[in-house]
Design a protein around this ligand. Structure first.
Ligand code: NDP
Length: 440
């Protein structure tokens, strides 16, 4: 492992120097170019969700997944030099290791994988002390607060295996010169599909109807007395980036009215192609919509955007689907609106904190269609984000630039996708509550 004095030389170096800084670092303080120490390896600390309760799967429902080479708009799927896993395997859980062990160990690096991420006694906090790189997934986020940054003097790179780096205090990363990168687009379509599913599940009242079958019942009236057609409804998205616009494209054939708001307006030809109405802000959008879906990142501008005030401006009996981040909604305001009927239903897969405490009101409020955070972690998505993490690490270790679209913070400022879609600041406040999930 690097002596920490060597590490401290480069922790605050800027981004364009990131790869060079890595090489300086692996030389150690007294060595010059060409004198790199063989003992100098990176410690990569990777936090993943637990394996299935029944153990790591010996087989899968399908033989593989379709090969996807590019996304709408032309961006390519991740292009690592090679991969050491079979696409379609469970890579996001501890035993899956994102398929990284062989690659990292052959490079002389150390890989620590754990799911124990919350609280001061967690394996994550213990291992953080001398970690050089942290990898975490939004589904099971290792919150990187300013306090944790202070405990990690060697940390230079935080990789999000997925999309959405709000579990990292971005301001702290900016202040400390730590690079933050995520695998932009890797699971955007996975989430868009989940959004469409959740909208239909709420509007059609699918979940209670399914429960009737599980319970051995057949009461049609119970099932249909909250069931509507989506056709003809007004559907709006807050955020029309990769996920939001994919939701719009997928919903167009349902013959609904489409609406969006975003910080940047879509090109006129795209608005025309989708037949979508632009709103200058969320307030104007919600007043017109029967169904609202949130597809913007969590950052200081969007934290608690859906509070009592904004929800009161929605149409009575509107549906709200949030697969973006739990904290974009005020937890108790959502529960109150589901109780009162102001919201006819709420669905999504994102909570704050994660895992959600067992007494989180969204587990028990009426007419919800919540799941744990899964929409972006289908086996299909895992193959893409595992490959994307590998691509980022290959670039990092080889001193090549990380794709601009993968960067969130670099060189002490918001960069790449981060500069376009985030605002500086911290959205991790209150994340220590995640440790409560362990309390029975
Ligand atoms: P994109 O960056 O492509 O799109 C986000 C869009 O939100 C951008 O167009 C951005 O605007 C817009 N936006 C930012 N701030 C605001 C605001 N205050 N009001 C309205 N719009 C705003 O990201 P994706 O579509 O790929 O992902 C969106 C979010 O979804 C992620 O940040 C993540 O939190 C979440 N996500 C959830 C997953 C899950 O598993 N549930 C998986 C993947 C993502 P602009 O860039 O024009 O400034």
């Amino acid at each position: 492992m690097f002596p920490s004095s060597a590490a401290s030389n480069i922790v605050f170096m800027t981004s364009t120097l990131t790869a060079e800084a890595w090489r300086i670092r692996i030389r150690g303080p007294c060595q010059s170019a060409g004198e790199e120490s063989e003992a100098d390896v990176a410690k990569v600390l990777c936090v993943l969700y637990d394996d299935p309760v029944s153990g790591y799967p010996p087989a899968y429902a399908r033989d593989g997944i379709p090969t996807i080479e590019g996304y709408h708009g032309g961006q390519t799927t991740p292009t690592p030099e090679t991969i050491d896993f079979a696409p379609g395997e469970l890579l996001g859980s501890v035993s899956g290791e994102l398929g990284l062990r062989k690659f990292l160990e052959e490079g002389g690096h150390e890989l620590i994988v754990t799911s124990d991420k919350d609280g001061p006694d967690s394996a994550f906090e213990r291992e953080l002390e001398d970690a050089d790189v942290v990898i975490s997934q939004p589904f099971w986020p290792a919150y990187l607060t300013a306090e944790r940054f202070d405990k990690a003097p060697n940390l230079k790179l935080a990789v999000t295996a997925g999309i959405g780096s709000d579990h990292v205090d971005l301001q702290a990363a900016i202040d400390r010169g730590v690079t933050v990168a995520e695998v932009t687009y890797c699971n955007s379509i996975s989430v868009a599909e989940h959004v469409v599913m959740a909208i239909l599940a709420l509007v059609r009242n699918y979940i209670p109807a399914h429960q009737i079958v599980l319970d051995g019942g057949w009461n049609i009236a119970d099932a249909v007395s909250r069931s509507y057609d989506l056709e003809g409804m007004q559907v709006g998205t807050v955020g029309a980036g990769r996920i939001g616009s994919a939701v719009l494209r997928r919903l167009k054939p349902f013959e609904v009215g489409l609406h969006y708001t975003d910080r940047h307006r879509l090109p006129p030809e795209v608005e025309e192609e989708l037949g979508v109405t632009y709103h200058p802000d969320a307030e104007s959008l919600v007043a017109d919509c029967d169904v609202v879906t949130i597809n913007a990142p969590l950052h200081p501008e969007t934290e608690h955007l859906f509070d009592d005030d904004l929800i009161s401006k929605m149409k009575p009996g509107a549906y709200l689907v949030n697969t973006a981040r739990g904290k974009i909604c005020d937890r108790d305001a959502i529960a109150r609106a589901c109780e009162s009927g102001q919201l006819a239903g709420y669905a999504g897969d994102v909570w704050f904190p994660q895992p959600a405490p067992r007494d989180h009101p969204w587990r028990s409020m009426p007419n919800h269609g919540m799941t744990p955070h899964i929409s972006g972690s289908s086996l299909s998505a895992q193959a893409r984000y595992a490959a994307g993490v590998r691509e980022i690490l290959e670039c990092w270790f080889e001193g090549k630039p990380i794709r601009e679209e993968y960067l969130i913070v670099d060189g002490g400022r918001l960069a790449g996708a981060g500069a376009h879609s985030y605002s500086a600041g911290d959205a991790t406040g209150g994340s220590d509550e995640a440790a409560r999930f362990k309390d029975r």
